[in-house]
Design a protein around this ligand. Structure first.
Ligand code: ADP
Length: 576
C-alpha cells in the first residue's frame, strides 16, 4: 500500500546533487553502471550530500569495492557535519548482506517490506522522504532472475512514493543482455562515456510518467486544495495511509503524529467514533455518514464535524476514506438564525396578540353599540309622527350602516394581514351572486344599473365574500361617478374562466396611481377634498379575495371619463 502518497505531491522535484541529472521527481528509480570505486563515489557522495541537506532520510547500502568506512570517509570530505547526521539517525550506512540477505537468502518481498518500514519511519520522524542507494555486485548468477523480478517490483513500488533510489551495477559483472534488462527496469541510466557521466532516459517510462503525472496532478490538486479533510485508512489494520493538510488543520495535528499510526490509538478517533463500529458497519454497506459529531482538537478545542466514511479499494487493498467537514461555524450560524427567527416570531406573536385585542375591541365595543343605535333609530322612525324626526332617524340608520360596513372592512383587513380571514369554498353560481349584488344596489336608485349576464357560471368560491367583492366594486362605481349616470355590469364565460366587468362614467383614476389603489390605505389624488369619504381598504380586500380564489383583478381607467374594473375567476373543473 502507498503510505504518504498524497500527503505531499510525489512528483515534487528533488535535487539529485548530480550535475548530469539535476532534478527528478519523487518516485524516480535510477540505475548506475560503474567501473571503479571512484565511479561509485562520483555519483553517490553528491547524491547523499543533497539528500541530507534536503531533510531526507538516507540509506546507503554498500558493498565491494566500497565498505561502510570508505563510504563514511568519502561523505565526510563532502559534509562537515556528517557525524551529526549519523548520530541523529538521518543517515544509515549498511552493508549489503545485512540489508538484502539478513536471513541468509534474498527474499524480494521481505526487502520491499523493509523499504516500506523505513519510509513510514522517515515520514513519522518528519523527513521529506526516503533517499536510498544499493549495490547489486553481491549477486550470484543464479540469483539474477530473482533480482530482476525484485527490480521490477521495486520500480513499481517506488514510482508512487516519496522515494528516490540509485541501484549501482558493476559493469564488469554485466553482459550486454543483462545491461539492457537492467536499463529497462529503471527510469534513468547513469553511465560514464568518454570520461564524462551521461544520462539515458527510459522512453517507455517517460511517456507513462507524463500521462500518470497529469492525472495524478489533477487528483492530488483536488486532494490538497479542498477544504474537506481526507484521511485514508488501511481497513485491515487501521493504519493511516494518508491524510491531507485540511484534515491536519481541522484537528490540529502534525503529519508525523498521524501518518502510519493506528487510528485506534489516536485520541481524536476514539472520540469520533469507535473503529470496530466503523468496520462492522462497512461490512454491510459501502458508506455511512455521521452528520454531526463532537470532536476535540489536539489543543483541546471542541468542534463539530460532519463525517463521511466510504469503503474504497486502493491497489487491491480494502481502505476506508474518511471525509470530514468542520461545520462548527455553520451550526453556530444556524443556531443564531433559529434564535433570531424565534425572537422575531415572538415579537410577531406579541404584535398579533395586540392586533387581536384591537379587533376584539372593534368587534364588540363598537359594533354592538352601533347595532343598538341602528335599532333605536329604526324604532324612532316607525313610532314618530314628526316628518323631520323620521327623516333624521332614517339618515342616522344610513350612517350607522356606512359605519358598520367600514368597520367590517377594517376588521377583514386586520384578519387578512394576520392570515386568518376565513373563507369557505363551495361550488357557487357567480351569475346569481352578481345579480343579487346588482339588485341590492338598484334599491338605492342612485344610478342607472345595466346588467348583462351569462348564466349559470359555476366557480369554486365563498359566496358571501364574492358578493361582498361585487358590492364593493359597485359602491366604488357609485361613489366616484355622478348620481344618475350609467353603471354597466357584465359577466361572461371564457374558455376556463368567468370575466366580470364593472364600468362607470365617473372621475377615473390617474394612470400613475392605478397600481397603488390595490395596496390598501391609498386614495387617488383626483378625489376632491369634499368628495366621497373612504379609508382605502375596499380594493385591498377585493384583491385578496380574488387571489384567494385563484383569480386576478385589474382596472382600465381614464381620468374624467370613467373606469372599468375587471375580475377574472377560474371556472369550476366541470365547467371548462
Ligand atoms: P375607498 O373607496 O374607501 O377610498 P378603495 O380601496 O375601495 O377605498 O379604493 C381605493 C381608491 O381607488 C379610492 O380612494 C379611489 O381613489 C380609487 N377608486 C376606486 N374605485 C374607483 C372608481 N370606480 N373610480 C375612480 N376611482 C376609484
Amino acid at each position: 500500500m502507498t503510505v504518504g502518497r498524497w500527503s505531499e505531491p510525489w512528483w515534487a522535484e528533488r535535487a539529485t546533487g548530480l550535475d548530469v541529472l539535476r532534478v527528478v521527481p519523487w518516485g524516480t528509480h535510477i540505475c548506475h553502471f560503474y567501473d571503479t570505486e571512484q565511479d561509485l563515489l562520483d555519483i553517490l557522495v553528491p547524491y547523499f550530500h543533497a539528500g541530507l541537506c534536503q531533510h531526507e532520510y538516507c540509506m546507503w547500502i554498500v558493498s565491494d569495492p566500497l565498505d561502510r568506512d570508505k563510504a563514511k570517509a568519502a561523505l565526510a570530505k563532502s559534509l562537515n557535519n556528517l557525524d551529526q547526521y549519523l548520530n541523529s539517525g538521518q543517515l544509515e550506512i549498511i552493508d549489503v548482506p545485512t540489508w538484502y540477505a539478513a536471513k541468509g537468502h534474498f527474499d524480494p518481498q521481505r526487502v520491499l517490506a523493509g523499504w516500506l518500514d523505513k519510509l513510514v519511519l522517515a515520514r513519522q520522524r518528519g523527513f521529506e522522504g526516503l533517499r536510498l542507494s544499493a549495490n547489486a555486485l553481491w549477486l550470484d548468477k543464479h540469483q539474477w532472475q530473482d533480482f530482476l523480478e525484485y527490480e521490477s517490483l521495486i520500480d513499481d513500488f517506488i514510482s508512487s512514493r516519496t522515494i528516490l533510489a540509485i541501484c549501482s551495477y558493476g559493469l564488469q559483472e554485466c553482459n550486454a543482455s543483462m545491461l539492457l534488462e537492467v536499463m529497462a527496469r529503471h527510469n534513468y541510466t547513469l553511465v560514464r562515456r568518454a570520461g564524462a557521466w551521461q544520462v539515458v532516459e527510459n522512453s517507455e517510462y517517460k511517456h507513462a510518467r507524463e500521462a500518470l503525472w497529469q492525472s495524478e496532478q489533477r487528483f492530488a490538486a483536488a486532494f490538497h486544495t479542498t477544504n474537506a479533510g481526507f484521511l485514508l485508512i488501511q481497513a485491515s489494520k487501521g493504519i493511516v495511509l494518508d491524510v491531507n493538510q485540511a484534515w491536519l488543520d481541522m484537528l490540529g495535528y502534525r503529519i508525523h503524529e498521524v501518518l502510519g499510526k493506528r487510528v485506534q490509538d489516536l485520541d481524536f478517533f476514539a472520540e469520533l467514533v469507535n473503529y470496530e463500529a466503523i468496520c462492522t458497519t462497512l461490512r454491510k454497506s459501502i458508506a455511512f455518514e455521521i452528520p454531526e459529531v463532537q470532536v476535540t482538537r489536539k489543543d483541546g478545542q471542541q468542534r463539530v464535524h460532519s463525517v463521511y466514511v466510504h469503503k474504497v479499494n486502493m491497489q487491491s487493498e480494502r481502505c476506508y476514506l474518511v471525509t470530514v467537514l468542520d461545520i462548527t461555524e455553520i451550526l453556530q450560524a444556524r443556531r443564531d438564525l433559529e434564535a433570531a427567527l424565534a425572537r422575531e416570531k415572538q415579537l410577531a406573536d406579541e404584535r398579533d396578540q395586540a392586533r387581536i385585542q384591537l379587533v376584539r375591541l372593534l368587534a364588540h365595543e363598537i359594533r354592538n353599540p352601533l347595532t343598538a343605535l341602528k335599532g333605536f333609530a329604526q324604532v324612532i322612525a316607525v313610532q314618530t309622527a314628526d316628518a323631520q324626526t323620521k327623516e333624521l332617524s332614517n339618515k342616522l340608520t344610513k350612517e350607522v350602516d356606512r359605519l358598520s360596513e367600514m368597520l367590517s372592512r377594517v376588521l377583514d383587513a386586520f384578519r387578512m394581514q394576520a392570515g386568518n380571514l376565513p373563507m369557505e369554498f363551495s361550488r357557487v353560481d357567480l351569475a346569481k351572486i352578481v345579480e343579487s349584488a346588482v339588485e341590492f344596489h338598484r334599491l338605492k336608485a342612485t344610478h342607472l344599473l345595466e346588467l348583462d349576464l351569462e348564466r349559470p357560471l359555476w366557480v369554486e368560491g365563498d359566496g358571501p365574500r364574492l358578493e361582498g367583492l361585487v358590492r364593493n366594486l359597485l359602491s366604488n362605481a357609485e361613489k366616484y361617478s355622478a348620481p344618475g349616470s350609467v353603471i354597466k355590469v357584465r359577466l361572461v364565460g371564457l374558455a376556463e374562466s368567468a370575466l366580470l366587468s364593472v364600468h362607470d362614467q365617473g372621475i377615473g383614476i390617474p394612470a400613475a396611481e392605478i397600481d397603488r389603489i390595490f395596496e390598501g390605505f391609498y386614495r387617488a389624488s383626483n378625489i376632491a377634498p369634499d368628495g366621497p369619504s373612504g379609508e382605502g381598504l375596499g380594493l385591498l380586500l377585493c384583491k385578496h379575495t380574488v387571489e384567494r380564489h385563484g383569480g386576478r383583478i385589474w382596472v382600465e381607467s381614464e381620468v374624467g371619463r370613467g373606469s372599468t374594473f375587471y375580475v377574472e375567476l377560474p371556472l369550476s373543473a366541470g365547467e371548462r
